[in-house]
Design a protein around this ligand. Structure first.
Ligand SMILES: [Zn+2]
Length: 479
């Protein structure tokens, strides 16, 4: 017998650090508080499932930290000014803010669909231009920035010997100072990157004043400025997709450490790519999906969440429709198990009565998460619990108190997995079809597609469900 959910597991967590290329024991600077920065979406379109693979990894990571007893302060930026957002707003002939806001709203709706816990702070780049300008000024003062003839400002990579340490690059060739072709702007060196882009006519009315003239910040500087503003000049943890490692994260390090002279981030974690049907996702291959595309096909957020967490974050994940079907079947098995446990527990609250076999499975689950977030092993532990639990239930080997304790363990696992009570309300559980339709209606409403929203409402009505929109979202009632 042992207690469920004792959070004395923090000391045991180990994560792979992209900076040192080793698994290291996790130790935040400030005891129990983890300061974490996550590169967020560029809000020029709906996010696709490749994006959500990274956001899902970060969700499971923060849930693991919280379950281990840490408090998490997570910052995720919203890139609402860059080439793509400006191009989109110009094409739509609306202001940048008017263009990006629906995609910001859609992003948050998508996070809810996938049961991704919100970060504590979502700073928008356009609200932090003064901080970026101040940071660039520090880089000038330290001899790491220069202004080109057209008024843009670049980071002088050759002046920072540590440049390349995250990507483990050998930049001796670059430092030798190969001159850049004329189409590479006015850079002194091919590796130099823009801190500030001088205004040109393609920018329209998207422009800020700076000591170097009118223009807008480069993309990399926003994460350095906003990360340090909210988390301090040195913080614990920075995450992102592996495609952000170079040059984006390398440049973040250069800008931050170049300005402060202090280490920027202690632990860098990167999640591998998502492939679809074994191939790189691309519009031309017809395997490019936003979350909304998949919801419209009738899948629930929960099914997709399961697929997206069912892999090790450092390995490529292959998304297939077979995997989504398999996820549904797996989730049904878990639901049935939870129902049987609930029946046997007969209303007893979870307490100290975990059978020895279940305590052993809990140890496996903890060990899997502590070993660099090994989700396949953690899910295997959950299914071992389902299998052993079903056998015990079948043979009437579980007392009501034990069933309650095992149920409590499922809930404990779900603090990380986020699968089990998600979209379910126990006895009031909605049928899958209704849940999917509600998700589809939410997606339609977020995209301001009222005709589609009404069509889905009518479909729900034909199935005998009335939907109303309140302040907290959609409310559904059996007619
Ligand atoms: Zn970033």
């Amino acid at each position: 017998m042992t207690t469920v959910g004792t959070p004395a597991r923090a000391a045991a967590l180990h994560f792979y650090n992209s900076l040192t290329r080793r698994k290291e024991p996790f130790q935040p600077m400030d005891g129990r508080l983890v300061r974490m920065y996550t590169c967020g979406p560029t809000v020029y379109n709906f996010a696709h499932i490749g994006n959500f693979r990274a956001y899902m990894f970060e969700d499971v990571l923060r849930r693991t930290l919280r379950r281990a007893g840490y408090e998490v302060l997570q910052v995720m930026n919203l890139t609402d000014v860059d080439d793509k957002t400006i191009r989109g707003s110009r094409a739509a002939q609306v202001s940048l803010k008017t263009f990006t806001q629906p995609f910001v709203d859609a992003f948050f709706a998508d996070l809810r669909t996938l049961n991704i816990e919100p970060a504590e702070i979502y700073p928008a780049a356009t609200d932090h231009v003064p901080e970026m300008i101040a940071l660039i000024q520090r880089l000038f003062a330290n001899g790491l920035a220069y202004k080109s003839e057209d008024g843009s400002v670049y980071f002088k990579v050759a002046a920072l010997p540590a440049y390349g340490k995250l990507a483990h690059l050998d930049l001796s060739g670059l430092r030798a100072g190969a001159r850049v072709a004329q189409d590479e702007y006015e850079k002194e060196n091919v590796g130099d990157f823009a801190l500030w882009k001088a205004w040109d006519e393609n920018d329209g009315d998207v422009v800020w004043d700076s000591p170097w003239g009118r223009g807008r910040p480069g993309w990399h500087i926003e994460c350095s400025a906003m990360g340090m503003k909210y988390l301090g000049e040195t913080f614990d943890l920075h995450t992102g997709g592996v495609d952000n490692l170079f040059p984006h994260h390398e440049n973040e390090i250069a800008q931050s450490e170049g300005a402060t002279g202090k280490p920027f981030v202690n632990l860098w974690m990167h999640c591998a790519h998502l492939r679809v049907n074994g191939e790189k996702m691309s519009k031309s291959l017809g395997n490019f999906f936003t979350l909304r595309d998949l919801i419209a096909k009738g899948y629930a957020g929960r099914d997709l969440r399961y697929v997206l967490i069912n892999g090790h974050y450092r390995q490529a994940l292959n998304f297939t429709f077979d995997a989504v079907e398999a996820a549904r079947a797996s989730l049904s098995r878990i639901d049935e198990f939870v129902e049987r446990l609930t029946e046997t527990a007969a209303g007893i609250a979870p307490a100290r009565a975990l059978p020895a076999w279940a305590a052993e499975i809990q140890r496996h689950f903890d060990a899997a998460l502590a070993d660099d977030l090994n989700l396949p092993e953690a899910l295997a532990a959950l299914f071992a619990l389902v299998r052993e639990g079903n056998i015990a239930l079948q043979h009437n080997h579980l007392t009501a108190a034990e069933a309650a304790a095992v149920g409590g363990l499922v809930v404990d696992f779900d603090r990380v997995l986020g699968l089990i009570h998600f979209g379910r309300g126990g006895a009031n559980a909605l049928p899958d079809e209704v849940r999917c339709l509600l998700d589809a209606r939410l997606a339609a409403r977020t995209a301001k597609n009222w005709a589609e929203s009404d069509r889905v409402r009518d479909k729900l009505a034909r199935l005998g469900w009335e939907v109303r929109d309140g302040k907290d979202g959609q409310k559904v009632k059996k007619l």
